[in-house]
Write a protein that binds this ligand. Structure first.
Ligand SMILES: Nc1nc2c(ncn2[C@@H]2O[C@H](COP(=O)(O)OP(=O)(O)OP(=O)(O)O)[C@@H](O)[C@H]2O)c(=O)[nH]1
Ligand SMILES: [Mg+2]
Length: 406
């Protein structure tokens, strides 16, 4: 039995295999289950502190509200104003992950936060990562901040806000307004040029508007945060961000795909529910939990669908029907998933696995079949939900493009 399990562990396509073998050796099957659950939830316990800094009025607090989906006046929203608003450092936990913390810093260079006191007053040392915000022309305070962060050997991105206003103002003020792309190119080139003058050449610049999170570089910025973080921190951001853009859901899908081998492995060695008709058992409870996680991540829960439908001025059911969403046909209960597993087990792909391994392995085949079954099932559900989420994105983008005045 132990040999068979080791065989399964060594032959599954995951770099987590050795850790599972160690857990099995030390604590038996219970060790495997425990390790899998801990590994799947590890991202929830990794702290990541992101400082939002820049001059007063740049839109720092508004950005925090935008990523948390809140408006000033709603419970938990950051206070913003047309005059200096944030007078002390305040932290905002991400609604879906309390360890991902955005720190709303007061503006640099004001009477209350003079530049030479700023570093100590806001304790710049304590953050993992910085976003420097600016809303107009690149300022001396911006370059001072960039250099200060560099001195600590930490990373930052430069974020230019209120770009919708720039485009709007251009249309109002010029006889021959430049195109949206020309204006954005000009702003970007100016920021990069100014950073270069400070000897900073490799810092990305993102152009956003806090009130249009579906547009400009808003979601590109969130994706970049994920890509630049090390694996576990990457999971923290990918699974915490709320976003409807294609790039965000793709990033989420990529991170969720990496979890499938872990779950399949746990299912192969410790699955207890038999798939009728074959000698495979699966950990269906783990699969149910994971498919609910997908639904949550892709904005396909009832609440999330309602929000999207409201935005589009539709009823939930109308939206599901119009987009021909398949997700809701998947029955993510224990019974529903077992039926889906069975579909795989009687498919040709599974027969191939059986034919190939039975002569060599004898009864170890059940572990492999369980692994493949779980993996197939989760991959199909993930794919289906990803597609449905993409359909909603497309519909919303179209709707926003049609209702934008510029
Ligand atoms: N049009 C537009 N207005 C914005 C944007 N971001 C912020 N604002 C407005 O700009 C003003 C200042 O925004 P805040 O978010 O309070 O700026 P802050 O950087 O937090 O300022 P301090 O707290 O004083 O440091 C508010 O009136 C916001 O509504 C944006 O992207 N577009
Ligand atoms: Mg503020």
């Amino acid at each position: 039995m132990a040999d068979q399990r080791s065989f399964v562990l060594k032959n599954v396509p995951t770099d987590e295999g050795d850790k599972f073998v160690a857990a099995l050796k030390d604590h038996g099957i219970a060790g495997i289950q425990k390790y899998a659950t801990e590994r799947l939830n590890a991202w929830r316990n990794i702290p990541l502190d992101i400082a939002i800094t820049g001059e007063s009025g740049a839109g720092k607090s508004s950005y925090i509200n935008a990523i948390r989906g809140l408006k000033v006046g709603e419970e938990g929203a950051a206070y913003t104003d047309v005059k200096e608003a944030t007078k002390e450092v305040k932290s905002y936990e991400h609604p879906s992950n309390k360890n991902l913390v955005f720190w709303d810093l007061p503006g640099v260079g004001t009477e209350n936060f003079k530049r030479d006191e700023y570093h100590d007053k806001v304790n710049l040392e304590k953050y993992d990562f910085f976003l420097i915000f600016s809303s107009e022309r690149f300022s001396e305070n911006d370059s001072w901040l960039a250099k200060e962060i560099r001195k600590m050997d930490k990373r930052f991105y430069f974020v230019r806000t209120k770009v919708y206003m720039d485009i709007f103002t251009e249309a109002m003020s010029r006889a021959n307004p430049r195109t949206k792309e020309e204006i954005l190119d000009t702003i970007r080139a100016d920021c990069l040029e100014n950073l270069k003058k400070q000897g900073i050449k490799d810092t990305p610049v993102y152009l956003i508007d806090n009130f249009m999170p579906h547009d400009y570089d808003f979601s590109v910025l969130q994706i970049q945060l994920i890509e630049d973080a090390p694996q576990l921190k990457r999971e923290v951001i990918a699974f915490s961000i709320i976003g409807r853009s294609d790039s965000i859901i793709l990033q989420k899908k990529k991170e969720m795909e990496k979890r499938i081998p872990i779950i399949s492995l746990a299912s192969a060695v410790a699955g207890a529910i038999p798939v009728p008709g074959v000698g495979a058992t699966v950990d269906v409870a783990l699969m149910v939990k994971e498919s609910q996680f997908y639904r949550d991540q892709f904005g396909l829960t009832d609440d999330a669908i309602k929000k999207s439908a409201d935005m589009l001025g539709m009823q939930q059911e109308e939206l599901k029907k119009k987009l021909d969403m398949k997700t809701f046909l998947i029955n993510c209960t224990q019974k529903g998933l077992i039926a889906l597993c069975r579909e795989y087990v009687i498919s040709e792909a599974a027969c191939e696995v059986v034919k190939f391994v039975i002569p060599i392995l004898g009864s170890a085949v059940s572990g492999i079949l369980s692994y493949k079954t779980t993996s197939y099932c989760l991959t199909s559900i993930l794919e289906e939900m990803y597609e449905d989420s993409g359909k909603i994105n497309k519909k919303i983008s179209l709707h926003l493009a049609q209702s934008s005045p510029v």
